[in-house]
Design a protein around this ligand. Sequence first.
Ligand SMILES: Nc1ncnc2c1ncn2[C@@H]1O[C@H](COP(=O)(O)OP(=O)(O)O)[C@@H](O)[C@H]1O
Ligand SMILES: [Mg+2]
Length: 269
Amino acid sequence: MTTEHSLLVEDLTLGYQDRVVVESLALEVPPGAVTVIVGANACGKSTLLKAMSRLLSPRGGHVLLDGERVHKMPSKEVARTLGLLPQSPIAPEGIAVSDLVGRGRHPHQGMFSRWTREDDEAVAAALVATGTLELADRPVDELSGGQRQRVWIAMALAQRTDLLLLDEPTTFLDVSHQVEVLDLLTDLNRSMGTTIVMVLHDLNLAARYADHLIALADGGLHAAGTPEQVLTPETVEAVFGLRSRIITDPVSGRPLMLPIGRHHDASAD
Ligand SMILES: Nc1ncnc2c1ncn2[C@@H]1O[C@H](COP(=O)(O)OP(=O)(O)O)[C@@H](O)[C@H]1O
Ligand SMILES: [Mg+2]
């Protein structure tokens, strides 16, 4: 089986009740790469990820996974190829960390679901990779926001899908854990060829970690391409309504966005 899968969005329209959130969106997720989606609050990023992972049915258009419409595929089949870490996942009350991470194995189990050695290995590896092994027996409810976020990432890793969608996986994490999680996802991409699609809030981390950057504005595509192509003062102004300067990040060589704001002078060096 190949690890590379194609994920395509064609003429996609999404909404809730009487309101359209995403309209006629077309985009392509490059296989084997890290794609980061950025955009202002409420522009439809989470809505898009839900539709891509088959949780939300489109009003129009479709999402194609290896050429097949995801909304016509059985959920377990989709879940073996594509995993989603939602923005605000909810853990069953009182569940222990290792049991929650074990739920990531559900798509791999048959009707008479027998827990296998492979399941054990996948859970253990996910706990180790996310630094949550020492939390394994703790109830998820009792963890700090950052610990809990790492446990959810462990659950997504335990699913061992070739495609991983993560909605703001660095929320609640301090800066060192943010970098750790993004490094971990990069390792997964580089070593296993996992295709990663994630929504990130921080434009500079997005530019640093993305192979492919997508900027959404008002439920439509504003720009897509390399971080250098997308992270420009024009995009920042159009997408966030913010004046900025872009310099080269001395650490990564990627573009780095400096917001200007009302109290600073755009021309100052
Ligand atoms: N379950 C829902 N029911 C109704 N409206 C929703 C629901 N989820 C999101 N929305 C609305 O859809 C818009 C886009 O939301 P979302 O995709 O979560 O934005 P983002 O992730 O970009 O911040 C927002 O205006 C939000 O209020
Ligand atoms: Mg969101």
